[in-house]
Design a protein around this ligand. Structure first.
Ligand SMILES: *Cc1c(COP(=O)(O)O)cnc(C)c1O
Length: 381
C-alpha cells in the first residue's frame, strides 16, 4: 500500500440520511431563515439523544458556549476555570462575558483538565469551571463535581468535540448544569455552522432562549428587557441537523470503527507514539484519533511527510496560555505544552475505509522510523 497515492482529508461531513430531502423542503416551503419546523424538531431530537430536558439550537458552537456562560450569569470581574489545552473558542466565550479565563493544565492520559490542579486555581472571583471533553474523551466529572460543590461553583461542559461520548454510562451534555455543542463542518454531527445548548434547568433554558433572539420578551414583540444577541440557527441548518441526529448511531459507530482500525494497524508502533487512551469509565467519541509522538521525533516533519503522501493531519491546539490574547509572563503548564508540541490528529471521519486507515498507518510508521534514525544519527555524532 506504500507505493500508491491517496488523498485523505483529516475531516469530512457525512450525509447518511434525509439531508437532501429536508433541505429541499426548506427551499420549497421558503422557510429558510430562523423560523420553521426543523428547528424545534432538531432541538427535540437532540435533547432526547443527550437525555436532557432542554436543547436550544444556535448559530455556532462558540455562541453555544457564550450562551451557556450567560445562562450561568457570568459577567464582568468573574473568573472561570478552563483547560489551557482546548480550542480558543472556549476561552473567547469567557472573555465575551467580560470575565477572565483562568487556565489549568491537563493530565497526560486523556489530555483533559487535571482535577488535581483545579483547587489551587480557585479565588474569591471564581464562578465556575468549563469541562472540555477534548477530542471526544469525556472529562472525569466526579472529582470535578466534588470540587465544584465544595466551592459553590457551576460546571459547564464544552462538548463541541464529544457528541455521543459517555461518562459512566451517561451521555455528555447531561453531566453538568449546562453544556454546549458545535455542529461545524468537521465535528461529529454537522450542520455547516451551528451549535446547541443543553440543560435540565428550565430557568437556564428560558434565559438562553431569550438571549439567543436579541433578548426579546416572548410575550411582547419588540420589547427587550436586556441586551441579547442574534445567535439563531436557520431552518436549513436545522434540517441538516435533524437528518444527522436521525442517523446519530451510524455517525457515532463510524468513528468507533475508524478508531478500532487505527488501534489495530498502529498497535505495533507504541514505541514511536502514545495512542489515544480510553479510560475504563469512558466511552470515547473519537472526534479525532489523536496520537502523541515520542519526544525524540520531530512532529512537524512527520506531519510534512504525511502531507507529501496526500494525508492531511492537524497539530494539537496551541495551549491558550501561550497565545497572544491570553499570554501571561511566566506561566508554564508543562503537560499541555508537551502534548501540544507532540500531538497529531489523524484523519478521522465516517467516510474512511479500512484501506485508508492502513495507508495512513503504514506511512506514519515508515516516516516515524525514518525520523527516529535521523534523530539517533544526530545524537551519536
Ligand atoms: C469547535 C469547537 C468550539 C466552537 O465551535 P464553532 O461551531 O466552531 O464555533 C468550541 N469549543 C471546542 C472545544 C471546539 O472544538
Amino acid at each position: 500500500m506504500l507505493n500508491e497515492r491517496r488523498e485523505i482529508q483529516v475531516a469530512c461531513p457525512a450525509f447518511l440520511g434525509n439531508e437532501r430531502k429536508y433541505v429541499e423542503e426548506c427551499l420549497e416551503t421558503t422557510w429558510i431563515s430562523s423560523i420553521g419546523r426543523f428547528i424545534g424538531a432538531f432541538e427535540h431530537e437532540f435533547a432526547r439523544l443527550c437525555r436532557v430536558r432542554y436543547a436550544i439550537a444556535c448559530n455556532t458552537g462558540t455562541s453555544a458556549v457564550h450562551l451557556a456562560l450567560l445562562g450561568m450569569k457570568v459577567g464582568i470581574g468573574d473568573q472561570v476555570i478552563v483547560p489551557s489545552l482546548t480550542f480558543i473558542a472556549t476561552a473567547n466565550a469567557v472573555r465575551y462575558c467580560g470575565a477572565e479565563p483562568i487556565f489549568v493544565d491537563s493530565e497526560p492520559r486523556t489530555m483533559n483538565l487535571d482535577p488535581e490542579l483545579i483547587e489551587r486555581a480557585i479565588t474569591p472571583q471564581t464562578r465556575g469551571i468549563v469541562a472540555v471533553h477534548l477530542y471526544g474523551h469525556p472529562v472525569d466529572m466526579d472529582p470535578i463535581r466534588e470540587i465544584a460543590a465544595r466551592h459553590s461553583l457551576f460546571i459547564i461542559e464544552d462538548a463541541a468535540e464529544a457528541h455521543g461520548a459517555r461518562y459512566k454510562g451517561r451521555f455528555v451534555g447531561a453531566l453538568s448544569e449546562v453544556a454546549a455543542f458545535s455542529f461545524f463542518g468537521n465535528k461529529i454531527l454537522s450542520t455547516g455552522e451551528g451549535g446547541m445548548v443543553t440543560t435540565d434547568d428550565p430557568d437556564v433554558a428560558e434565559r438562553v432562549r431569550l438571549l439567543r433572539g436579541q433578548g426579546m420578551d416572548p410575550s411582547r414583540r419588540y420589547w427587550f428587557p436586556e441586551v441579547g444577541y442574534n445567535y439563531r440557527m436557520t431552518n436549513i441548518e436545522a434540517a441538516l441537523g435533524l437528518a444527522q441526529v436521525e442517523k446519530a448511531d451510524e455517525h457515532f459507530g463510524a468513528r468507533r470503527r475508524v478508531s478500532q482500525w487505527y488501534y489495530r494497524h498502529l498497535g505495533s508502533c507504541q514505541e514511536l507514539m502514545q495512542l489515544p487512551i480510553e479510560e475504563k469509565w469512558a466511552h470515547h467519541a473519537f472526534w479525532m484519533y489523536t496520537i502523541v509522538l515520542r519526544p525524540w521525533l520531530n512532529r512537524d516533519s512527520v506531519m510534512r511527510g504525511l502531507a507529501a503522501k496526500g494525508i492531511q493531519t492537524r497539530p494539537v491546539f496551541y495551549p491558550l496560555h501561550t497565545l497572544p490574547p491570553y499570554r501571561q509572563a511566566g506561566q508554564t503548564l508543562s503537560c499541555a505544552e508537551s502534548i501540544a508540541a507532540r500531538g497529531v490528529s489523524l484523519p478521522t471521519h465516517a467516510l474512511l475505509s479500512e484501506d485508508d486507515v492502513i495507508y495512513v498507518s503504514e506511512n506514519l510508521a515508515k516516516i516515524c522510523e525514518k525520523s527516529k534514525r535521523v534523530a539517533s544519527q544526530a545524537a551519536s555524532r
